[in-house]
Design a protein around this ligand. Structure first.
Ligand SMILES: [Fe+2]
Length: 297
């Protein structure tokens, strides 16, 4: 697979300071770089996993995917052209040697990033947060008005592999050993949630107490999902988007023998019960795409 990992999410936010505080103090990221109208935050070695741009209203501007090499990037650009997707930008960007922007219907614009800048990260406590400290941005879940076509784009253009599905309702895709880097469901075009990895179950306890002390609450979880077998908990960002914290995600090391499974909604939701399928609030939450995203014409 040409994509090596999920890179970043770019959000347009009405108040940069409020949102920076949310990501530092609630989600547990740190600021790497900031200008008058942009803030770059990360939990990992990647220069940024969240890019905030001041603007109104709250929306997802782009999602970033890291590409293994310049050669692989050329392959992806060729496939995008053949599939009728538009390549709308190509050049250096803050935090990456080269970023190629690909736009298709019913998807947020995708930034293919090559030569992503790495930043030092210390796990000895030199970067302090008051809440949980995630390891990385691990996956994004998108909804698309043309679910089947978008699934084709993810598979045939970007090269994602199907890990599991709830037939006709949900698909989980991987680009590396992580069981899923992208989730896809049908619906109004949007980013449904973005997810950070925690290390262990103890951090879910910290997260719950941390949210409670700030008058915030979880929307669903903690629990354990079927596909990917991961622990999960969801809570809202200040714009009504959904943040997931997960841990214990299935690693698919044996590509040759892995076969995608099919789950019922109840099996996929929460294996622990009693709320096996998500509550209404979970379905209602999400981040709209800028200008509603391009529609399939
Ligand atoms: Fe998720």
């Amino acid at each position: 697979v040409s994509i090596s990992r999920i890179g970043h999410v770019s959000l347009r936010v009405p108040d940069l300071d409020d949102w920076t505080r949310f990501f530092c103090e609630i989600v547990g990221l740190r600021v790497v770089e900031r200008s008058a109208d942009e803030v770059f935050l990360t939990a990992s070695h990647r220069h940024h996993e969240i890019r905030l741009t001041g603007g109104y209203p709250y929306a997802c501007e782009t999602v970033g995917l890291d590409v293994r090499s310049e050669d692989e990037l050329q392959v992806l650009i060729g496939r995008a052209h053949r599939h009728g997707l538009a390549v709308t930008a190509d050049g250096p960007a803050i935090g990456a040697r080269r970023v190629v922007r690909v736009e298709g219907p019913d998807l947020p614009p995708v930034e293919l990033c090559c030569g992503t800048e790495r930043v030092e990260i210390s796990y000895d406590g030199s970067y302090e947060t008051v809440g949980p400290r995630p390891r990385k941005l691990g996956h994004l879940t998108l909804q698309s008005a043309t679910y089947q076509e978008t699934a084709e784009v993810l598979e045939e253009v970007f090269g994602f592999r199907l890990s599991d599905s709830v037939p006709n309702l949900f698909r989980w895709y991987r680009c590396n050993a992580d069981h899923h880097g992208i989730g896809l469901g049908p619906g109004e075009n949007r980013l449904h949630h973005y997810a950070f990895e925690l290390s262990c179950f103890e951090e879910f306890r910290q997260l719950g107490d941390h949210l409670f002390r700030r008058d915030l609450e979880m929307v669903w979880g903690p629990g354990r999902h079927g596909p990917g077998n991961n622990l999960f908990a969801y809570f809202r960002d200040p714009g009504g988007g959904l943040v997931e914290m997960y841990a214990d995600l299935l690693q698919i090391e044996d590509e040759e023998h892995y076969r995608p499974g099919e789950f019922t909604p109840e099996e996929a939701g929460n294996r622990w019960g009693p709320q096996t399928v998500p509550p209404d609030e979970w379905f209602e939450a999400g981040t709209p795409l800028c200008a509603g995203g391009r529609r399939r014409s």
